[in-house]
Write a protein that binds this ligand. Structure first.
Ligand code: MF3
Ligand code: CO
Length: 260
């Protein structure tokens, strides 16, 4: 991956603010028993536009697909781990957990972020999964500093997930982010060994995205849907994601909300 300059990181931060605002707008729009996942996708499109950002996923053809993606966001409900497709026919219900994932771009610079939120009141198990997955993300981020290795990030996530008895979604990893949604040449695994893997350098920008499940984390895809990834055992899954930059002051989270 090409290392980013301070100006390029600043441009990605602008995209990150738009991404954060859009996730918040989506979360706040949810009315249990009323809101469809397609409505949330539309709200994301409107919020991104308000912030002068584009929905980088709309029309984007990821490396793992033959066809482009045609929505602003990925929305993954309950046992859907990632890449769920927004649907007019799915009304969010009290007790669901819903993963909201989007990429904002400003002047071509991308920032990728995801949160998983409860719909109405959810089970204690679901609450715990959300808390553990969010905390796993921050354990990973804390290791994203120059001189460390990618294995430090993965091992921090893995150790915490295992300690908390959550399954790590197999084969799904974070990635370089910048001029494109997925910058080639940099994987960000949710497993690893401390001190192993690529050395982290100033100016690297990548998405850290733990995807954890209440079960084992074995994944399932279906023939009639090229996008959605489910848990094979149909246990609940959660996904939290930030885009971070490696800076002289340590990890800089580019997808936090703007401070006003
Ligand atoms: N945030 C998603 C990811 O990291 C972006 C790709 S969604 C796609 O995988 F379905 F459009 F590819
Ligand atoms: Co991502």
């Amino acid at each position: 991956m090409k290392l980013k300059t301070e100006n390029e990181i600043a441009a990605m931060r602008e995209a990150g603010k738009a991404a954060a605002a859009s996730l918040i707008a989506m979360r706040e729009a949810i009315v249990p028993g009323e809101t469809t996942t397609l409505q949330l996708d539309e709200i994301a499109g409107e919020t991104l536009a308000k912030y002068g950002a584009k929905a980088a996923l709309n029309g984007y053809k990821p490396p793992f697909s033959k066809v482009p993606y045609l929505h602003n966001t990925c929305i993954s409900v309950n046992d859907e781990i990632i890449h769920g497709v927004p649907r007019r026919g799915y009304v969010l219900h009290d007790g669901d957990i819903v993963g909201l994932d989007l990429v904002a771009s400003v002047d071509g610079w991308c920032a990728d972020s995801a949160i998983t939120v409860p719909v109405g009141s959810v089970s204690d198990k679901a609450k715990r999964l959300l808390t553990v997955t969010r905390e796993a993300l921050h354990k990973g981020i804390a290791q994203a500093k120059a001189g460390n290795h990618m294995g430090d990030v993965g091992s921090a996530i893995q150790r915490f997930a295992e300690q908390q008895r959550c399954g790590i979604a197999e084969d799904l990893v974070g990635h370089g982010v910048g001029v494109s949604v997925h910058e080639p040449g940099l994987d960000v695994p949710n497993r690893g060994r401390a001190g192993q893997g690529v050395r982290l350098l100033l100016g690297m920008t990548f998405a850290i995205e733990p995807m954890l499940a209440l079960g084992k984390g074995v994944t399932l895809q279906k023939n009639n849907d090229p996008w959605t990834v489910w848990t094979k055992d149909h246990t609940l899954a959660a996904h939290f994601e930030h885009t971070v930059a490696i800076t002289e002051n340590g990890p800089l989270i580019l997808t936090l909300p703007a401070k006003d």
